[in-house]
Design a protein around this ligand. Sequence first.
Ligand code: NDP
Length: 284
Amino acid sequence: RQRIGFIGLGAMGLPMAKNLIKNGYILNVSTYRNRTPVDELKELGAVEQNSVSELVSESDIVISILPTDREMESVLLSGEVLDQLTSEKILIEMTSGSPAMMKKVNEIYKGMGVRVLDAPVSGGTAGAEKGTLTVMAGGDAKLVEECKPIMEAMAEKIYVVGQIGAGKAIKAINQLLASIHMIASAEALALAEKLEIETDILKKVVGNSSGASWMLENKIDSLVERNFNPGFKLNLMKKDVQIAVDEAGNDKLPLASYVLDLYKEVANQDGERDFSAIGKKVLV
Ligand code: NDP
């Protein structure tokens, strides 16, 4: 049985790790700040390691899904992790980070003979729980094939999108649209409320017309309830739009740049709430 070391047991990582245990993998975990996910996973059979370096040393495959580039760098390129890497190990990197940081990690790992997959995900916490995520995999096609059973324990669709960095790139493009569609859906709801159009009508009619979007279909109910519990934290969406705007270069994405400013404004108060809290800009 393959031993997987899982780093980043948050809103996404915890349910993804549970699905790996369910599928028979040996799962190594360690505590960063919050002990709760480690305790929960131990009850399901995970093995607790005393540190991230022990976790890497005891695993054949390391999976990471951390908040941002900053944590990717501070964890994956830390001395304690690098010291434990050997050429048989594989890293499946699932953070929504930047293409540049992914390439930096890959260059250093490749130099040590470690094979790397750039494999961010989409599908939200519900998809992580149900094991129905979409993986956007960049890297060597043979390695994607080799890692497929592991990814299939967590995901329904696995797309091979290009080389290392391409996974992070397509994810940033998805997030560019998702961030805009979220505020657009909130504006649609604000107008529907003002014009006394019922939410069910909005969902059914626009949902089957040219204005349809995933956000309108999936997030409208929580907007109606003004329920902004994460889910997907607004700070993380802000980080994703920033990646898209940075990768495009100055002023190349006028709408995304404007929307980024809106997310930044709302993040001051509501950064740790669900990204749908951007709706507060327009909903009364
Ligand atoms: P969370 O903030 O819920 O989880 C982040 C996890 O990383 C926490 O368990 C945290 O531990 C851990 N962590 C932070 N720093 C370190 C560190 N230095 N060493 C070890 N562990 C660390 O984020 P999500 O799970 O929501 O998101 C993770 C990534 O997945 C992000 O890039 C996000 O954009 C992306 N994503 C999120 C989706 C969602 O719906 N939530 C959907 C698709 C992608 P602790 O709690 O102890 O601080």
